[in-house]
Design a protein around this ligand. Structure first.
Ligand code: SF4
Length: 331
């Protein structure tokens, strides 16, 4: 596996799927992009289902359950202009591109992300940066996408430098899969782009301990050296991390790599993702099973998106049992 696999035929050639599966998976690929980096291909071959389920397409993806929807977090109504999502008063998303190093089969933005999509033009990017500059109630810019670390270091540095120069932006945040999926992108130029005179929080998306390779350990150590605070975000996924041992392994591995587990997301109902669903009650029981045994440093906040863009809320026994109306917002 020398190059990124972008089709069912590539996956079959690498021995990750059977040749007989290619025609059905070609149909899936017409709707949802495929990308598996050589590193992840190697890890899938080594570790099997917990990684294969996240990255390899399945024919069920073309079956949409009645409760599933194209834009489950409802970004569209909170988009004042292209590339910006403003849902909470004090923070807003900037989506400079929609490409990712890998295309996760459970992604809540799966209808939007893809290799050809969403790179903001110069004019669109300028308009988005100008929106942040003239919106003083926004104190935190969150770069997401797609994956912002798929930008060239030069373009990323330009965006971060411009945002860091806006006085009311106290904090910058980036959400990325790159440190585990394609850590080779974290080179000297990327590290320089991420070295800022402004607090930078880097949320690393990973769902299983086996995603942390020697290569990603080196990248995470280097990222930590920039002064960025490393946080972990994960999604609770059937067949990937839906056991006490898998969650404990994931969170402990994050901590060993200087990544503080921050959020464990309940799966959003994006089309064709029903096979990943774990009921909330089961998720709560899994997290409870870590209590007392596992350091509190390892506990993330378990969160779920409200429907229709209502934002995240933390899931916990006190919320479920209190019956206290609307749970508090979080983000
Ligand atoms: S890297 Fe993130 S945005 Fe991209 S496909 Fe995976 S979950 Fe979706």
């Amino acid at each position: 596996m020398q190059r990124t696999m972008r089709s069912a035929a590539d996956l079959a050639e690498a021995g990750l799927i059977a040749a007989a599966e290619v025609p059905a998976l070609d149909q899936v690929a017409q709707r949802y992009s495929i990308s598996v980096t050589p590193l992840l291909g190697r890890l899938i071959a080594e570790h099997g289902p917990p990684l294969a389920r996240q990255y390899l397409p399945e024919p069920e993806e073309l079956v949409t359950a009645p409760h599933e929807m194209d834009d489950p977090t409802a970004d569209a109504p909170f988009t004042p202009l292209k590339g910006v999502v403003h849902r909470y008063p004090d923070r807003a998303l900037l989506k400079p591109l929609l490409a990712c190093p890998v295309y996760c089969r459970f992604c809540f933005r799966r209808e939007a992300v893809g290799p050809d999509g969403g790179l903001l033009t110069e004019a669109e990017l300028e308009a988005a940066l100008d929106w942040f500059a003239r919106t003083p109630q926004v104190r935190e810019a969150i770069l997401t996408g797609g994956d912002p670390l798929m930008l060239s270091p030069r373009r990323l540095e330009r965006i971060l430098t411009r945002l860091a120069a806006i006085p009311h932006l106290e904090v910058l945040r980036i959400h990325s899969r790159v440190p585990v999926a394609d850590p080779g992108r974290i080179d000297a130029a990327m590290l320089q782009a991420l070295t800022l005179d402004r607090p930078l929080y880097l949320c690393v998306h990973a769902n299983h301990a086996a995603e942390f390779s020697t290569e990603s350990a080196i990248a995470l150590r280097a990222l930590h050296g920039t002064g960025a605070v490393l946080l972990g975000q994960s999604v609770l996924l059937r067949g990937v991390n839906d056991s006490p041992a898998a969650l404990e392994g994931l969170f402990r591995t994050m901590l060993r790599h200087r990544v503080k587990p921050y959020y464990l997301h309940q799966l959003d109902p994006a089309p064709g993702t029903a096979r990943f669903h774990v009921p909330v009650e089961e998720g709560l029981a899994l997290l409870r099973s870590l209590r007392g045994r596992v350091t509190g440093l390892a506990w993330p906040t378990y969160v779920q998106e409200r429907p229709a863009g209502g934002g995240k809320f933390p899931l916990g026994m006190e919320v479920l049992l209190s019956g206290a109306g609307q749970p508090p917002r979080d983000g």
